[in-house]
Write a protein that binds this ligand. Structure first.
Ligand code: BES
Ligand code: MG
Ligand code: ZN
Length: 487
């Protein structure tokens, strides 16, 4: 999509959108070029610029825009970054509905938020229906907005460019998440990571199954036993000149389809389980952005990749596996596979890279989704600093987090009667499931400063926000990128 910034309105556009604020005469925000004509609309008292209000007028003069939409923005003092992003997304969704290009007046209050505006426009223009053909495809092509013209006195570059770059990474993550297993299996996801690595000149290392066996990642390999596609682990590294010291490691869960294994899933969310590699898709794209945005930190992204299937070779309930760390785990539930692949990737990362900080991102527990819904990800950490930092990034990006408890008693619940640990505590009926999962992971980070994001609810949604579409959201790409930039 092309976003151009101009200072004067070309009156003969199809759609002009003018954000207006409460208490102010909404016509004041209209460009001078159309002011006199639009003044006749002043009589309409039904519109008072409340947040979310739309007021659509069709002037019927060939000297004016065919459609003018006033977008209620509420009170100007309440207008912040997230409102700018939502405003732009709202405008974009309207333009799509009208099958029109968009000319968009940027209010003064949004002058510091051109990055957010570009993010909102691009993300809202995303079309998830990639696999439709014929008439449906044609319809989508029509609603795809190709050009946006911003009317602004400011010179908005490079903020616009930044916003578009970030949005492109979010949308790449969405594409990977939305692709089902037959179109995005473990090998394909590895190749997608290789491409991101190549496009961004990252160092790419792929551990194949043999190497994973040699490293004795028994928990990761246990999950892979039911698959006919070899497990792999992609390591993307961004090490700009001058970035010295220990790296920050991101780990992303890469389950390309989670059937549950012998603890087979049923009903409600089964079809959604193509999204169980969302963490990996997010991490790969954050690494791409580290390079594209020139983030001056040493960052490493690690994604253990496999599916979790069923079959004669698949791991059985109560199997005992030996993890990379040497700790043994009783697999009391084959559906709690995320922690099994992550624990090996995380212990390996700690060992190999000695990170200053580590964050894992995973669609880990239904319990987290039940607790927080689609809006908030669960945030766990073993240190205050990362909680504060991630919360700040959350405020800036509108990717919401909620700090959940991680208590030594949660850790106790993960002790097995027969092995060192158990991947679920059957006895507790799944209570505090997001916390016990985090407690399990914590056993593999040693003294490393670590945070865990459970994105089970936010990664894949049925009720999208203004700048989202149904299914994959790419949640976490913007949050983690912002966190890394401001570290
Ligand atoms: N991938 C799921 C978690 C999930 C569920 C994500 C629903 C998004 C929506 C994970 O592998 C899983 O199955 N977790 C189990 C853990 C349980 C067996 C302790 C769960 O949440 O049911
Ligand atoms: Mg599972
Ligand atoms: Zn899973």
């Amino acid at each position: 999509m092309k976003i151009a910034a101009v200072s004067k309105l070309n009156k003969k556009v199809d759609l002009l959108i003018i954000p207006t604020f409460e208490g102010k005469d909404h016509l004041q925000s209209a460009p001078v070029e159309i002011k006199t004509v639009v003044a006749s609309l002043k009589k309409d008292k039904s519109f008072n610029s409340e947040a979310g209000q739309h007021h659509h007028v069709t002037p019927l003069s060939d000297k004016l825009p065919k459609n003018i939409l006033f977008l209620g923005m509420g009170k100007v003092k309440d207008f912040h970054a997230a409102d700018a992003r939502n405003m732009a997304a709202d405008a974009m969704k309207f333009a799509k509905k009208m099958e029109s290009d968009l000319t968009f007046v940027i209010p003064e209050a949004a002058n510091d938020y051109f990055q957010e505006i570009a993010e909102g426009l691009e993300m809202a223009n995303y079309n998830p229906a990639k696999y439709q053909t014929g008439e449906s495809k044609k319809k989508h092509e029509k609603t795809d907005v190709k050009t946006v013209t911003l009317i602004t006195a400011k010179k908005p570059n490079p903020a616009l460019k930044r916003g578009q770059t970030i949005a492109a990474a979010v949308m790449n993550a969405r594409d990977l998440i939305n692709a089902p297993h037959n179109l995005m299996n473990g090998t394909m996801l590895m190749n997608a990571a290789r491409k991101i690595g190549k496009d961004n000149k990252l160092k790419v290392t792929v551990l194949n199954k043999k190497q994973i066996e040699k490293l004795k990642m028994g928990a990761f390999l246990g999950v892979n036993k039911g698959s006919d596609i070899d497990a792999n682990m992609v390591i993307l590294e961004h090490k700009p000149k001058g970035a010295t010291g220990k790296p920050i490691v991101l780990v992303g869960k890469g389950i390309t389809f989670d059937s549950g294994g012998y603890n087979l899933k049923s009903g409600a969310w089964f079809a959604d389980m193509k999204m169980d590699m969302s963490g990996a898709a997010v991490v790969m794209n954050v690494l791409g952005l580290c390079a594209k945005l020139g983030i001056k930190k040493h960052v490493i992204g690690i994604t253990p990749i496999t599916d979790n299937l069923i079959g004669p070779k698949a791991q059985k309930v109560a199997d005992i596996v030996t993890t990379y760390s040497g700790k043994t785990v009783e697999v009391n539930n084959t559906d709690a596979e995320g922690r099994l692949i992550l624990c090996d990737a995380m212990a390996y990362a700690v060992d190999k890279f000695k990170p200053s900080k580590m964050i894992d991102v995973a669609t880990l527990t239904g319990a987290c989704m039940m607790a927080l819904g689609e809006k908030y990800a669960g945030l766990f950490a073993n240190n205050e600093g990362m909680i504060e930092g991630i919360k700040k990034a959350s405020d800036a990006t509108d990717e919401l987090v909620w700090h959940l408890p991680l208590h030594p008693d949660h850790t106790k619940e993960m002790k097995s009667r027969i092995a060192d640990l158990q991947n679920v505590n059957y006895g507790n009926k799944g209570m505090a499931g997001a916390s016990t999962a985090a407690a399990f992971l914590q056993e593999f980070v040693g003294k490393t400063d670590w945070a865990h994001l459970d994105i089970a609810g936010t990664a894949f949604v049925s009720k999208p926000k203004k700048y989202e579409a149904p299914m994959g959201t790419g949640y976490g790409v913007r949050l983690l990128t912002n966190y890394l930039e401001n570290l």
